[in-house]
Design a binder for this molecule. Sequence first.
Ligand code: F6R
Length: 612
Amino acid sequence: MCGIVGYIGHKEAYPILINGLKRLEYRGYDSAGIALINGETRTYKCKGKVSDLESFIGNQNIKGNIGMGHTRWATHGEPNDVNAHPHISLNGHFTVIHNGIIENYDVLKKDLIKNGYTFKSETDTEVLANLIEYIYLKDESVTVEMAVRLALTKVIGAYGILVAAKEDTNMLIAARKGSPLVIGVGDGEYFFASDATPIVEHTKSVIYLDDDHMAIVERNSLTLKTIQNDVLEPEVTQIDLDIESIEKGGYEHFMLKEIFEQPNAIKDTFRGRVSERNKRIYLGGLHQALPKINNAKRMIIIGCGTSWHAGLVGEYLLEEYARIPVEVEYASEFRYRNPIINEDDVVIAISQSGETADTLAAIKLAKEKGATVIGICNVVGSSIPRETHAGVYTHAGPEIGVASTKAFTAQVAVLTMMSLMLGKERGNTNDDIYLQMIKAISSVPDYITKILEQNEKIQEIALKYKDASNFLYLGRGVLFPVALEGALKLKEISYIHAEGYPAAEMKHGPIALIDDKMPVVVIATKDKSYEKIVSNIQEVKARKGVVIAIVTEGDHVIKHLADHVIEIPDHHEAIAPLLTVIPLQLMSYYIAVARGCNVDQPRNLAKSVTVE
Ligand code: F6R
């Protein structure tokens, strides 16, 4: 998704902007551009990567202590040089970069055309730049700041923007509605970005802009206002994010690094919450909402993509251990279908980024209808934790690779803790099970480490099937969502078509696909469905399918049936999703690398989906 960086201060802006744009590359984008302000404004932009932009700029003038940079992920108009940001208004008075979507851009554009405006690009952002200029030029008493404010009151949709004005080359204006914007506070300097990643190497003091707020910033001053012109006191907070944790640390790709970080990520997620010594699981972030949660008649879990898969795992666990009826919905469906929500419903919103537009809109709807909303989120200070009544951070650390790995296991870890904590609170999990489960949960990081030790073996299996056109993933019960997640991981980074199915459903359709060219990944650990899944493997083998089975250590039965087995340590059923997904992540990674795909930034995908 689009990324914003900006700088105003006493240093040269160009290196700060280019470096910042590189830090934002993980979000996914298709063009990039910058504007440098040094008395006059110069813009450079082109289709492609930040490195293409650097080559394009070459030896041109890069002087200036003020500037803004943007990576664009196309929404209105194809990715090309003209549609790339920054956009300059028709008469050159305003330069704008923008994240989000202006929904009424067409109506605004028609009005501007009637008033003599012409457009170079197909973007909604150029409409905004021209709208600000039109308001500014129409009335002599309108100042730069007023023009921005008045224009924003006419906009329907989402924006995070930075604006520079020809009339005041010592100022940048930032504003936000629905699209995140963070301002880093330095000494006589300010940094702007769509998330904190480009800022942390410069300062840890930040101001998060809220919806409908704007900041008018000069080198030594920042004024915070609402777009209705009410002056506000800025709240400076300290962020706890270091630069090492957002760099690759010797791994070839962020995705591989993040897969290998999972033992530590899970430890961090459990830290202070699961205590084997005190025999207790407690999620402090839920404390305030606990009376509501304990009386909940129903839970509705919402999320998108991988986070939705984590929600499906949560459904099984919450029903099993807490005995609460649970429904799981795609946030994008939930928000548009007038759902029946009661005041004694608890909605759990799951999101790595905390900025997913559909999940945010679904949260707002659930709140309007009176539900208590809990967030499970990875990015501290992002929009979702700020919109929810209570919540739990996953503490997986920054996830840069577009394909979610450690965020998924951390989300599942939180849902596992939540199921047990609520099972105990509501008197539905007996002490024996509770204690067994605390022990089981505590062993997860070591078990994952053991699975990761099979890295080379998994790579060898992956290389054998790198040229397959299709894959099928099968699992039963709580491992069915893991099959879905395995299939999603493969398709998004390797572009191989893959489907996840509950194993018993195979005979109702997908079995027709099976032949000797179809690899079938079966999650077949020893649990209550074991005998059934062994039968499913036999059904695949009878049709000459290739079976790659994830089995419990020491399983001799499946070893004789399957073409390949990957063993995971003998474990308690409830932690199986946390373990079985690891080989699937590694297999997808190695297949994608072998096919020459850009695993950290797969085509057409974005890390943070801030548009509907
Ligand atoms: C898949 C993936 C996406 C995200 C989805 C939701 O690997 O990363 O499917 O899970 O876009 O994003 P968040 O969790 O940030 O709300």
